[in-house]
Design a protein around this ligand. Structure first.
Ligand code: CO
Length: 209
């Protein structure tokens, strides 16, 4: 069977299974969404957002791009963030990196990836800011793992300084920011930074460069 046809086959089985467990599930979710989480992750196909967290349809609002970047100039990301915070009122925003990330590997190497190199420029800044710390790690795998955590910290830091987040916090509103790294080799999530819900906590826990 052609690969894409398997997707339809699986879809029909899944929909039938969901109905057998909860006959009103799709009818209920059709009416509205009240997600508890905004998940900002890497586009990597090995990061199964729903499966690794058990999130059901309606529970997680999702934005993904190469290297889970949160540029303060990215209108796409900012639109997702603004809608999630101001309209959906999500209690939690999660930035999730992952092990063995191709974007981070490429950013550590020489620039030769065409357009993608523009997208990697903020990761290259993070590498420059932490050059000594990264170069002190001899094992390339460990060095990449460290960069995954630094990248997540950097991105949560950027989120914490966006007007939409600062405005929400100044009005005593949520969300709480979290940074995770998903380990592709074990299927487990590591919390890198958790429960940042004020300017004070952001200043304590997140990079300001
Ligand atoms: Co990646």
């Amino acid at each position: 069977m052609e690969t894409f046809k398997k997707l339809f086959e699986h879809n029909r089985k899944w929909a039938a299974e969901m109905l057998s467990l909860d006959p009103d599930f799709f009818k209920r979710t059709e009416a509205s969404q009240e997600p508890h989480f905004l998940f900002i992750g890497c586009s990597d196909s090995r990061v199964p957002t729903d499966r690794m967290t058990g999130a059901l349809p309606g529970e997680m609002f999702v934005h993904r791009n190469i290297g889970n970047q949160c540029w303060s100039t990215d209108v796409n990301m900012l639109s997702v963030l603004t809608y999630a915070v101001n309209v959906l009122d999500v209690p939690h925003v999660i930035v999730c990196g992952h092990s063995n990330c191709g974007a981070l590997k490429a950013a550590m190497g020489p620039a030769s990836n065409g357009l993608v190199d523009h997208w990697l420029s903020d990761i290259r800044n993070t590498i420059r800011w932490h050059q000594d710390e990264l170069e002190a790690i001899a094992d390339p795998k460990e060095r990449l793992a460290k960069l995954s955590r630094l990248n997540v910290l950097q991105q949560v830091g950027i989120l914490s300084r966006t007007p939409v987040i600062r405005d929400a916090w100044s009005r005593g509103r949520r969300p709480m920011l979290h940074g995770w790294v998903y380990d592709i080799a074990t299927g487990l999530i590591e919390g890198v930074v958790e429960q940042v819900d004020s300017v004070k906590k952001a200043d304590e826990l997140l990079p300001n460069n």
